[in-house]
Design a binder for this molecule. Structure first.
Ligand SMILES: [Fe+2]
Length: 171
């Protein structure tokens, strides 16, 4: 199950994230089949953009959507893709994950998921400012960028703790 939400104050947060990236100690990720021009994935320091995203209220929306009492963020990082960059199918070592599309000029470059039951690719068709929430064990990928488009995302791994008893109202 993939949930799509919109981030409030996206344009302000986008500006702040892009400024952060310019001055951050980000590096390229080059692995067998992956090429990501800039990322702070392995940077263990506190990241300013996490505060901005929390302030947007997105975690309250996620809690309401998933009927959970508490969310614990375990890891947050950005990835910036330039021409010829891609991130092939992978999963995250976590319970839940999100992807916030900070910069996305064309939905064809949005994350794609693999439905292991149906054995087929599911296109998210996300647009800039969208936030996708999914179980971390769902394989997903960032398709190869074939033009001068620059794509920037923030991803977070988190745990949901406790079930909101209001779920019983739906029985
Ligand atoms: Fe991912």
């Amino acid at each position: 199950m993939i949930t799509k939400l919109r981030l409030n104050h996206h344009l302000q947060i986008k500006e702040s994230v892009l400024k952060y990236i310019e001055k951050s100690n980000s590096v390229s990720i080059l692995e067998k089949q992956d090429k990501i021009s800039l990322s702070d994935y392995n940077d263990g320091s506190k990241k300013e953009y996490v505060k901005d995203i929390i302030k947007s209220g997105i975690f309250n929306e996620i809690s309401n959507s998933l009927f959970t009492n508490e969310i614990k963020i375990n890891h947050a990082w950005f990835q910036q893709y330039h021409e010829n960059d891609r991130h092939n199918f992978h999963i995250h070592d976590s319970m839940m994950s999100l992807i916030y599309f900070v910069e996305l000029n064309d939905s064809k470059y949005a994350t794609e998921f693999f439905d292991v039951k149906e054995r087929k690719i599911i296109k998210s068709n996300a647009t800039e400012g969208d936030v996708l929430i999914f179980n971390s064990s769902v394989p997903h990928r960032s398709p190869i960028i074939l033009d001068k488009t620059r794509k920037t995302i923030i991803s977070m791994n988190f745990e949901i703790i406790g079930l909101d008893s209001r779920i019983n109202d739906f029985i």
